[in-house]
Design a protein around this ligand. Structure first.
Ligand SMILES: *[C@@H]1O[C@H](CO)[C@@H](O)[C@H](O)[C@H]1NC(C)=O
Length: 389
């Protein structure tokens, strides 16, 4: 009964969801860094600022990684007498306005976190019913990105809770990228793009390949919801956190880039190893992620096997990656350009560039045989086809 009621309220709110999100942000997926995957609650001013400085030193900001996002544990459990959130005075003694000013002085953008419930997931002061006062505080601190989690939500419908914050942020007068972290609940693919600039389609990612695969696959179910202004979000990156092999880190990044997922780095940038950093800095994959057409790639060829061709049209070229999901077997496959939608004719000549080596690998008529791809690894190509002769 409670379940049915919840469904009905969700439906009514969805049908009556008058106000579309129209904040001018998220025309391409957000790129940045977030504290949670590496640090959890072990954050403070030094941790955040040292990672922010490394974003600049490593040149990540110039590649598009602009948002520096503080996740849970920046605040206390109780509010002050006037219902304002209290910033944790031990972790952030200078407060959040100073943090916002610092990040902006570095050319970065400032992201903050709360939950659309009575408490955050770590049982600190939640945002539910305090949307107006919080949105004004965030605006006064210079917040540019707001992640809203789903803990302690009293089973109230997602659209109601998330729209309340959307409208409060809009009223604050500040442009804030709004990241819904509702774990794929309440059929978020139906209303997420009216509410936020991205919406989580899954539970939290874990630092292991199985979780990367499962989050990717769930996130792949509703590509029609995504586009410029709003994106499906399979959660933040685990690259650099040590739980994935080099092949798996490459595939994690390529899958997220092709899916037009927000690219939010989640490792310690002060000690990230070079191989992980080079993956995060792949300009070809970043260009696909940030492509203005904003088409979420899906499986386009060989989709009943465990070696998939995943691809989509980009602005001026076709992009395809071949993903070997198999746990043990190296595999190769033939890419038929017409079958996969890269060309309109079976005898078109297609110029192919390898997106990992950044080298042209030749011009092929009709098809290309890939090299052998190792388990959990991928190849990725830019394909430009001439009209058929
Ligand atoms: C928003 O999502 C709905 C439901 O998936 C979809 O039909 C619609 O085209 C999407 N709107 C945009 C602008 O992408």
């Amino acid at each position: 009964m409670a379940y049915l009621l919840n469904k009905l309220v969700t439906l009514a709110l969805f049908l009556g969801s008058i106000q579309a999100l129209n904040n001018g942000l998220g025309l391409t997926p957000a790129m940045g860094w977030n504290s949670w995957n590496k640090y959890g609650c072990n954050i403070n001013e030094q941790v955040i600022k040292s990672n922010a400085k490394r974003m600049l030193d490593l040149g990540l900001d110039r590649l598009g990684y602009k948002y520096l996002n503080i996740d849970d544990c920046w605040l206390l459990a109780n509010r002050d007498a006037n219902n304002h959130i209290i910033v944790d005075p031990i972790k952030f003694p200078k407060g959040m306005k100073e943090m916002g000013d610092f990040l902006h002085s570095q050319g970065l953008k400032f992201g903050l976190y709360n939950s659309a419930g009575t408490m955050t997931c770590q049982r600190l002061a939640g945002g539910l019913t305090y949307e107006q006062v919080d949105a004004l505080d965030y605006a006064s601190w210079g917040v540019d990105y707001f992640k809203y989690d789903n803990c302690y939500n009293l089973d109230l419908p997602g659209p109601m809770r998330y729209n309340a914050m959307r409208d409060a942020l809009a009223k604050s007068g500040r442009q804030v990228y709004y990241s819904l972290c509702s774990w794929g609940t309440d059929d978020v693919w139906q209303w997420g793009n009216q509410t936020g600039n991205s919406w989580r389609t899954t539970g939290d990612i874990r630092n292991e390949w199985k979780s990367v695969v499962s989050n990717y696959q769930t996130n792949d179910l509703h590509p029609e919801s995504a586009g410029p202004g709003g994106w499906n979000d399979p959660d933040m990156l685990e690259i650099g956190n040590g739980g994935l092999s080099d092949s798996e880190e490459r595939s994690h990044f390529a899958l997220w880039a092709f899916a037009k997922a927000p690219l939010i780095i989640g490792c310690d940038l002060t000690s990230v190893k070079t191989s992980s950093l080079n993956i995060l800095k792949n300009k070809n994959l970043i260009a696909i992620n940030q492509d203005p057409l904003g088409l979420q790639a899906t499986c386009i060829l060989n989709c009943v096997s465990d070696i998939h061709v995943i691809g989509a049209q980009q602005n001026g070229y076709f992009a395809a990656m071949v993903m070997n999901w198999n746990d043990d077997l190296p595999q190769a496959i033939t890419l038929d350009f017409a079958l996969m939608g890269a060309s309109t004719s079976i005898n078109a000549a297609c110029k192919v560039t390898d997106l990992w080596s950044n080298q042209p690998i030749g011009t092929f008529v009709g098809f290309l045989n890939t090299p052998v791809i190792q388990p959990h690894d991928n190849t990725a190509y830019k394909i430009v086809c001439d009209a058929a002769q």
